[in-house]
Ligand binder design. Sequence first.
Ligand code: NCD
Ligand code: ZN
Ligand code: ZN
Length: 345
Amino acid sequence: MTDRLTITRPDDWHLHLRDGPVLQYTVPATARVMKRAIIMPNLQPPVMNAEQAHEYRQRIMSKVPQGLNFDPLMVLYLTDNTTPEMIKEAAEAGHIVAVKLYPAGATTNSASGVTDLGKLDELADALTEHDIKLLVHGEVTHSDVDIFDREKRFLDEILSPLVSRNPDLNMVVEHITTKDAAEFVKSQGDNVAATITVQHLAYNRNHMLVGGIKPHYYCLPILKRNIHQQALQDAVVSGSSKFFLGTDSAPHAKGAKESACGCAGCYTAYAAIELYAEIFDDLGALDKLEGFASHYGPDFYGLPRNSDEITLIKKDWQAPHELPFGDDVIVPLRAGETLRWKIDY
Ligand SMILES: NC(=O)N[C@@H](CC(=O)O)C(=O)O
Ligand SMILES: [Zn+2]
Ligand SMILES: [Zn+2]
């Protein structure tokens, strides 16, 4: 039985830190373990150009605890007004590695998202030329499409045609939740990859809805039925380099989650690598954790793998019931439960 595991220091390829006073909580939570993180731009207003990304990065850097060597990788939020010139400026500014496509209205703070997805084709050459990745929140948003079908409909109607028209575009299908998405990503070339969250590996919609509705399991894309959870588990157990760690840790204050109209997002950054280690252990695939958490992400982004290591030990500890969040608190995923892996500092 393995009860100690040393791996290359991991990175988080999909993270929401938010902005303002809460950065003092969200930044250290990730920086304690992750060397790099892809910082999602869905602020209000969103991070839309190189200057805004630079300023946001400075605010993040000012909250990195002393002695930690955290490197936030920035992302521009695509809008109907994004131009090839803005992509070029972003690449030249440094620290900006990707642009994020949110179909308008798909998720938290996505109202400024792209309404005409055909516009993407005008940006594709600039993205490839400047080696800026396209990150995709893969859900259609038409009100007549069932929430459980939105990812598959996006793959069929938007993403497949987009990839056919731009076969060399480097893209990450973020936080995939379905067998269909896993198969789509597998069937594409090396230029198409995906991130997978803790919650989509650990849970299916029964966990969220049976025996009482559990708002802290509610995120977008929404948890699907168990065959989809199983397909995501199979994808990571396969050791395919197309699938890598992106927590989508997305903090919302307790009251905004435990509400008649609760926000989407699970908070996992406080124990991200520990939560993944537990799942990989349960799947009998601890030997696949390092590739998923620490190798395939930098390989896809064309960045060096981290040069130092972390050690995880198998040791029970209790997840906090709540964590500070400015004037408010956050309820993390697995609040109050026993977690089975811990970083050995
Ligand atoms: N995943 C979520 O449920 N929420 C994210 C947005 C997102 O990643 O779609 C958030 O910013 O709260
Ligand atoms: Zn998203
Ligand atoms: Zn997200």
